[in-house]
Design a protein around this ligand. Structure first.
Ligand code: GDP
Ligand code: MG
Length: 171
């Protein structure tokens, strides 16, 4: 098989929206009911084979920094893909995504593949962000919208597979 391709993916979003849970579900198929404190910005490596190509993903998760400035440029530098997460039960977390998108586009231009993730869909009863609102917004910034539950393991594989495909196309 030919050489492997490496991509950097960064996760962004307000605290408690489920960023670490999404990474944990994807990389180790685990879920924890408690908020998991990440001490430092760190990344996990995941290898996969897609369309016969070996791919290595470096998935960066924040250490709970909520402001873009607090992350520092090393975090998002040379990212190929960004996953912007909000919690469907928390309207503020959705509004915050809009700020992250602006910052990312400013710092990384239009080449970065953006995924907007509506997480915690298992809490549909408490939904505060209408699906159409999120869809419309995602379209307006040329990003794709994904619906996930790290808890129930819904939409997580699809999210990363789809992002990997998109990054391969532009690589
Ligand atoms: P982070 O601060 O964005 O990294 O968020 P965490 O991954 O630490 O998750 C914050 C809280 O939300 C924890 O209590 C998780 O168990 C919970 N959580 C994460 N994803 C989901 C989900 O899909 N559904 C539900 N119900 N809870 C979730
Ligand atoms: Mg976290």
């Amino acid at each position: 098989m030919n050489q492997s391709v490496s991509f950097k993916i960064v996760l962004l979003g307000e605290g408690s929206v489920g960023k670490t849970s999404i990474v944990l579900r994807y990389s180790e198929n685990l879920f924890n009911d408690k908020h998991i404190e990440t001490q430092q910005a760190s990344f996990k490596t995941k290898r996969l084979i897609l369309d016969g190509r070996r791919i290595e993903l470096a998935i960066w998760d924040t250490a709970g920094q909520e402001r873009f400035q607090a992350l520092g440029p090393l975090y998002y530098r040379e990212a190929n893909g960004a996953i912007l997460v909000f919690d469907i039960t928390d309207e503020d977390s959705f509004n915050r995504v809009k700020n992250w998108v602006k910052e990312l586009r400013r710092m990384l231009g239009n080449d970065v593949a953006l995924c907007i993730v509506a997480n915690k869909i298992d809490l549909e009863r408490d939904r505060r962000v209408p699906m159409e609102t999120a869809e419309e917004y995602a379209r307006s910034v040329n990003a794709k919208l994904y619906h996930t539950s790290a808890k129930l393991s819904k939409g997580i594989e699809e999210l990363f597979n789809d992002l990997a495909h998109r990054m391969l196309e532009t690589a």
